[in-house]
Unconditional design. Structure first.
Length: 248
């Protein structure tokens, strides 16, 4: 009888251990699936944000391999957003917007050094941000955003990442964004180059130019006609630039 009771206790103990073990496996599996759902939702939320207006905090809500993927994706979108916001900031700079106003021209004449410098700096800064956006839109950038060597379950979570970030729709969107960025860069440079050309024209013909509080007076008709042509060309470039910005 004692042997039977002892055997019974052993069996009960084994059953308890098995139940606990299975329960632990179930809990771990449930937590894994739960975190995968969180990761999917976080990536969807970030991809649906407005790059120009929304914030992109790097707040990681998962653990392990998922945390590495989550942080990499959030940093990616934040970098995109930072560049878009920077470009908007540069293009909406009050000094740049008012660079050809009578007040600005009068104050910066006859050499327009401040205006020339502003154009050069703006082109440099915007080009840098556009290059970053273009690089982030490269397919290789997306594929190499995750370092497999930093993943414990490298194949599973790398494929999991690609399923979320590298679909046919994503590739089309990235290629489209890259083309739009290149168009914006070209149109912006043409616009700023034309502004710079106008400033150089005014500098070269300073002897024929006078400024009042509200207007510019050019005493030579040929120079006046050339100036008006330059302004007309600038207006066309401004319209092209506005149309490009509205498409992005």
């Amino acid at each position: 009888m004692k042997n039977k009771k002892g055997l019974k206790k052993i069996i009960i103990g084994i059953v308890i251990v098995v139940v606990i073990f299975l329960g632990l496996i179930f809990f771990i599996a449930f937590k894994e699936l739960q975190e995968e759902d969180i990761l999917k939702q976080e990536i969807i939320n970030y991809s649906n944000k407005d790059l120009a207006k929304d914030d992109y905090p790097i707040e990681v809500k998962t653990t392990g391999d998922r945390a590495y993927v989550e942080e990499a994706v959030k940093k990616y979108y934040k970098s995109l957003s930072d560049s878009v916001k920077a470009i908007n900031s540069y293009l909406n700079d009050e000094e740049l917007i008012n660079i050809l106003t009578i007040e600005s021209l009068r104050n910066d004449s006859p050499n327009y050094l401040k205006s020339h410098t502003l154009i050069s700096n703006t082109k440099s800064k915007v080009t840098k941000e556009l290059e970053n956006i273009s690089s982030l839109c490269e397919e290789d950038t997306i594929k190499n955003l995750i370092d497999k060597d930093k993943l414990n379950d490298s194949e599973y979570y790398y494929d999991f990442y690609l399923d979320l970030m590298y679909t046919e729709k994503d590739i089309e969107m990235l290629n489209s964004t890259k083309e739009e960025m290149e168009a914006l860069s070209n149109n912006l440079n043409e616009f700023l180059d034309k502004v710079d050309e106008i400033l150089t024209f005014l500098e070269t013909n300073a002897n024929y130019i006078e400024y009042t509080d509200t207007d510019i007076y050019i005493s030579d008709d040929n120079i006046l006609n050339e100036y008006n042509n330059l302004i007309e060309e600038l207006t066309t470039l401004a319209n092209n630039l506005t149309n490009t910005e509205s498409d992005i």
